[in-house]
Design a protein around this ligand. Structure first.
Ligand code: C5P
Length: 305
């Protein structure tokens, strides 16, 4: 019987990308980004138990999805334990609420929460900088989830973070088409292929403009997502979502990440409710969920609007 040393529990919130501009492919195979990442109140739940053991073992139970070997939860736990030379019996349960391959960052957020919880259980043995390095080794979006800000401008391959001043009035919807998951690697490759053949619409938004625009009414935002141009058979679906969103003068809508989720942001709950009803009547091929954008309270904790 393994003696239980300690137990920790935490949430792994999802994100939406309000803006996502993709630069050219770099020599290391990654692409430079300029994006706005905003945490939302949809979250996976992670519990970790550390038991005494003379060797390292990691057991991960994913609830709500089929088992996946080498998932980000397992990779984060192994990387953390190997980095600090931890011998322990690590048992992790992850209750999934964030859909996979949805552009909502679930796998990356899970990895970040595992790193933060394990570091807490081990007496904060690693610095923030060490954790960011481990996070970046697991995935490009993980540093944002470790970064401590509910809202950031994200650049580089995902590891250059500029915390932004979050708002406390943003609400909205995430719209997830059934049966479509988008592989991030595939979406980047498709974007490269499109740029190499046809060229593509060149759009740009200066960083300072991108940051200051966030304080304006969502309906006036000029944010965009470069992945919209490589959504293949789903393109008409997003065109329709854009058209319906534009009927509501206070709302902004965009693809999140490399898809497949579309997100709507606004400030008026009545308007979001009417938009939701209109979308629900449009087709039964999607799941729609109300969201609130997260911000930080004065305590520094992430709190709901
Ligand atoms: O870093 P992560 O494992 O999440 O990235 C998955 C894939 O997405 C990478 O292998 C790469 O093909 C692509 N990617 C990219 N540029 C980024 C982030 C991801 O090309 N900034």
């Amino acid at each position: 019987m393994v003696g239980v040393l300690r137990h920790a529990h935490g949430l792994a919130p999802a994100k939406i990308n309000v803006h996502l501009a993709v630069g050219p492919r770099r020599s290391d195979g990654y692409h430079s980004l300029r994006s706005i990442f905003q945490l939302i109140d949809l979250a996976d739940e992670i519990s970790i138990t550390l038991g005494e053991s003379e060797t390292l073992s990691v057991e991960v139970k994913m609830v709500g999805i089929p088992p996946i070997r080498g998932n980000t939860v397992e990779r984060a736990a192994l990387l953390f334990a190997e980095t600090i030379g931890l011998s322990a019996d690590i048992r992790i349960t992850c209750v999934k609420q964030i859909p996979m391959e949805s552009g909502l960052g679930g796998g990356s957020s899970d990895a970040a929460t595992v790193l933060l919880l394990l570091n807490r259980l081990c007496g904060q043995v690693l610095s923030d900088r060490d954790l960011l390095a481990l996070g970046a080794a697991i995935g490009s979006d993980v540093p944002f989830f470790l970064g401590g800000s509910a809202l950031s401008c994200v650049e580089g391959r995902g590891e250059v973070l500029t915390p932004m001043v979050p708002r406390d009035d943003l609400i909205g919807l995430v719209v997830m088409p059934h049966g479509f998951g988008v592989s991030t690697a595939r979406a980047f490759a498709d974007l490269d292929a499109l740029r190499a053949t046809e060229g593509m619409e060149k759009r740009d938004l200066k960083k300072s403009e991108m940051i200051s625009m966030y304080g304006d009414m969502p309906s006036t935002w000029r944010y965009f997502n470069d992945f919209r141009q490589v959504m293949g058979p789903l393109a008409p679906f997003y065109d329709r979502l854009d058209a319906v969103t534009e009927e509501f003068s206070g709302c902004f809508g965009t693809l999140s990440g490399s898809g497949a989720t579309y997100c709507v942001v606004g400030v008026d709950s009545d308007e979001i409710g009417w938009l939701r009803t209109k979308l629900e009547n449009m087709a039964a091929i999607m799941t729609i969920r109300d969201i609130k954008c997260l911000h930080r309270g004065h305590s520094g904790d992430t709190v709901l609007v």
